[in-house]
Design a protein around this ligand. Sequence first.
Ligand code: XMP
Length: 517
Amino acid sequence: KILILDFGSQVSQLIARRVREQQVYCELHPYDVSDEFVREFGADGIILSGGPNSVYEAADWRAPQAVFEAGVPVLGICYGMQTMASQLGGKVESSTTREFGYAEMRAQGHSKLFTDLQDRSNEAGHGLLDVWMSHGDKVTGLPPGFKIIGSNESTPIAAMADEDRGFYGVQFHPEVTHTIKGKEIIGRFVHEICGCGHDWNMPDYIAEAVERIREQVGDEEVILGLSGGVDSSVAAALIHRAIGDQLTCVFVDHGLLRLNEGKMVMEMFAGRLHAKVIHVDASEQFLGHLKGITDPEQKRKIIGREFVEVFQAEAKKLPKAKWLAQGTIYPDVIESGGAKNKKAHTIKSHHNVGGLPETLGLKLLEPLRELFKDEVRELGVALGLPHDMVYRHPFPGPGLGVRILGEVKSEFADLLRRADAIFIDELRASDWYDKTSQAFAVFLPVKSVGVMGDGRTYEYVVALRAVQTQDFMTAHWAELPHSLLGKVSNRIINEVRGINRVVYDISGKPPATIEWE
Ligand code: XMP
């Protein structure tokens, strides 16, 4: 397994993804873990990520000394290379020009990292690689024992190695797809240099995870809040595979779900998987508490609070349950314990089924804690969940509650559900569903004038939102074809009585957010 130390780069998680793609298990930890941690981790290799600092400005942003004494290969990427150079006796300097974007690098010598890897070769027969650079500082003096293995005009030491010790540094980012041979380079490091096998694969993983859950839980019982979302669904399927009827799923329907969602969840879990599922229809209770409330944050808080209350009441009816299962996934784990420079503003108070309080007095079972989203999806498919469920766009915990602007009313929710279903239907039919990261309709409680047949109409507006994003932190609005938008608009206005106008949201995030509330 590989240990990745995170120096705060935006793309550290990508390094972990690339390593996992090589079927090698890895973990991402903050750079300032202790020497003891590094020794006990027992890595076959260590990767130092990039980061926003300068080695000569931030003297404490160093790799633990144990990294270089563990006797295993180390790969430093960008800042990781610079701190490696500086900690091992080389020299790092800032340069007047920042290098950002594509660069061509010439591979030199015969390093295990690059030999026979090239995008093309120059007249002298040297291999050339297209790489992605993003740095101001650079290594200007090699540490003792190192040689240059990659170079270009602006960065003479673009890659370096001390192959006797298995130490490698690259100034470019092999983890991003812009570095064409990045995948192969990561593969070289983990397989050929560190000697890791292809041990991280789904069938083996399921067998191990099932075993682990059985051991952990013994003959005790588990409850799980099922939301219909990907993470809780896959967690439920996995735990059910492991312990069958010792698992009870509680599906809280707050009345703000998408069209037919409740039915689909019940059909899948109770019907096909024969899991124990308690379906709580709490829509009246939720809508009751939301009556008259228009402030988005207040709405979110009410929905979150009610959810916990309903769940708690159900949990009390199951006194034998000793475990609370949650679909926490690896990015959630990294977020909450990540590099110490990460500080985020609360733009919205998030609610999801993972947010249940500790007062339940239950032990936590989180079988997806080490998986990335796409691994969770792959696992879901391997466990027999339908493709459409597993590859569904994310849906916020407060559901349509944050897509009905202002006061939530059940008549608005009904209109929105139908408009939304038409939009999604047409996206799927035109192959745009998978090309967008999230798409939905938003209900605007304002009326505008229209004309239908010979009559005047005065009805509500629906906005369509479709975005493309990698991480949901920033997003572009999707450039859907006009013909598609036209068709969706026509269908909504014709089929959903009460809506006479459809608009398309063309705001990016930032400055807008993805959801409207
Ligand atoms: P925003 O609107 O902040 O949304 O740009 C970013 C992503 O987060 C989702 N979202 C939520 N997910 N509980 C969730 O589980 C929430 O309370 C919540 N609020 C927003 C949103 O759908 C988008 O994918």
